[in-house]
Design a protein around this ligand. Structure first.
Ligand code: SAH
Length: 515
């Protein structure tokens, strides 16, 4: 580091920097604090098949690139990934690249090769170790890899013969073996371990999708585990633990054990894939509620917010609010954008002292409250329709709707019918997000898709068709969804995130019932 104050800088230093981050085994709570921080700072994020995409909520600002080899239409080789990391870091005046990898960076993650590529190209980098599935998947299955009585050492090995090959005799003194990438060859590996001297009756367990709501476990012995895994239909990604410690699962089982799991764990959303289609910054609250009910959340933003197209016009409208009786705010984003714009005008909340504020529902009202403003009116039933019908304004009064270019006419019609004057200003823009192929594939695999707005419904239909089970935020969103062609629509019976999660649960249950 140079002291910027004392030395004149010839050129701006390049921002190029690569963080190789271990994303942890799947449970998003197992990302490290340092990993989250590096994601927040990233300009570009390259993520893997095994890195939970929910973690992308830490980097709503970043360009995201899926480089997983699984399910990717074109095969991306490791060499291409190495090159991409370096290119992205060097682009422009240099960028901060976060390379998010499942588990730990250096445990069979080829992180070493990626770090070498950075070193060779002279791109500075850091390693953010992650929680490896080799330890965490057994732990979530109630199996400690070491234990004072049962095991004093453990080894992690690959079952992928290309990656290592079998030298099992050398492992004869190791108490616990943890096998990664070995489900497919489990028969052969177990046989070779027995041949190398391990007792056929040694306890063994295979954990698929460990630490996630889809975690499944099969247990047996070295002699039977391959058969048990086939019987249970377990596939990759899975780790197999071999050793006396596996017996401890009988007493230590916790995560995949209904009695000990979170209260809602056995509910209709347990293990279900729920797609959340709000913008990334707006999604996390709903995702948390869904996750608490055991759902596996896929965040696939279908819309994104952008700056208004005519800031000069907006500023002119906002600067002088004389004559305006009511400001109508019909989304959280409106509140956020309003304050951004006030700040740009060199103003603050005091500028709104002379107008009354109407919020479309409790959530928007809460956004105002967070900025120290109490809404003067919130309709008892949230929604533009109710706001328009019930706003306590006198005929002739001017209402100013600060909204996106996509605002529907419902509110205007209701107010004009009542003899009120309606003005609209474009405060922000709602634009379709362009999810990549990978995100769309995950969306298609969802058990239910939650929709928070009519524009999300229309955009989903345009992008991926209407063959989805959907849960809609409210009656207007539901109407828009039906108009867009969706037939399996469940409406939330209230304006809360809990109500939307309930609707998702009902939708899943209804879809599961034979018709
Ligand atoms: N760097 C990773 C391992 C990458 S190799 C880590 O430290 O965890 C990929 C293998 O990891 C998979 O084939 C599987 O054996 C294992 N794996 C990764 N995530 C897993 C999970 N959630 N549950 C079970 N096995 C997992």
């Amino acid at each position: 580091m140079t002291d910027a104050a004392s030395a004149p800088q010839p050129a701006a230093p390049s921002r190029a920097f690569v963080s190789l981050i271990g994303a942890g085994p799947g449970d998003p709570g197992l990302l490290t604090l340092r990993g989250a921080e590096a994601l927040r700072q990233a300009d570009v994020v390259l993520f893997d098949y095994l890195a939970n995409p929910e973690l992308l909520r830490f980097c709503p600002q970043a360009q995201t690139i899926y480089v997983g080899k699984k399910g990717f239409s074109e095969y991306i080789s490791q060499e291409q990934i190495n090159a991409l990391i370096v290119t992205k870091a060097q682009e422009g005046g240099g960028q901060r690249v976060a390379r998010l990898k499942g588990g730990d960076v250096f445990v069979f993650g080829r992180g070493g090769e990626e770090a070498e590529a950075c070193a060779e190209a002279g791109v500075p980098f850091e390693i953010v170790p992650g929680v490896t599935s080799a330890v965490a998947a057994p732990a979530y299955a109630g199996i400690p890899v070491t234990h004072r009585e049962a095991a004093r050492s453990f080894a992690v090995l690959t079952g992928n013969t290309k990656e290592g090959g079998a030298h099992y005799e050398r492992l004869s003194g190791v108490d616990t073996l943890v096998l990664l990438m070995g489900v497919r060859n489990l028969d052969q590996i177990a046989a070779e371990l027995i041949q190398a001297g391990r007792a056929p009756e040694t306890p063994a367990a295979t954990v698929q999708w460990g630490t996630t709501p889809q975690q499944r476990v099969a247990t047996g012995t070295l002699a039977t585990i391959a058969h048990r895994v086939r019987e249970a239909g377990l596939e990759a990604p899975a780790v197999t633990v071999v050793g006396e410690v596996v017996r401890l699962r009988e007493t230590l089982r916790w995560f995949d054990h209904a009695e000990h799991a979170a209260p809602d764990f056995g509910g209709p959303l347990a293990g279900r894939r729920v797609a959340v289609t709000r913008t990334r910054d707006g999604a996390s609250g709903l995702s948390d509620v869904l996750r608490a009910r055991g759902a596996s959340v896929l965040e696939v933003p279908l819309i994104r917010f952008a700056e208004t197209g005519d800031e000069a016009a907006l500023h002119a409208r906002l600067r002088d609010l004389a004559g305006v009786g009511w400001l109508l705010l019909t989304s959280n984003q409106a509140v956020t954008a309003l304050f951004t714009q006030l700040e740009r005008l060199g103003l603050d909340a005091r500028h709104l002292a002379g107008v009354r504020l109407a919020a479309v529902g409790p959530s928007t009202a809460r956004s105002l409250a967070e900025r120290g403003l109490r809404a003067d009116f919130v309709p008892a039933t949230p929604g533009a329709r109710h706001l328009g019908a019930e706003l306590p304004a006198r005929p002739g009064e001017v209402t100013l709707h600060l909204t996106s270019q996509l605002a529907e006419d419902e509110l205007e019609r209701a107010l004009v019918t009542r003899g009120l004057r309606y003005e609209r200003a474009e405060l922000y823009r709602t634009e379709p997000a362009q999810p990549g192929e990978h995100a769309l594939a995950r969306l298609r695999g969802a058990d239910v898709v939650t929709l928070a707005s009519g524009s999300a419904a229309r955009h989903l239909a345009a992008l991926a068709g209407t063959d989805f089970v959907v849960a809609a935020m409210g009656p207007q969103t539901a109407d828009a969804a039906r108009e867009a062609g969706f037939t399996r629509v469940t409406v939330a019976q209230g304006a809360s995130l809990e109500a939307l999660a309930d609707a998702a649960a009902q939708a899943v249950a209804a879809a599961a019932r034979p018709t």
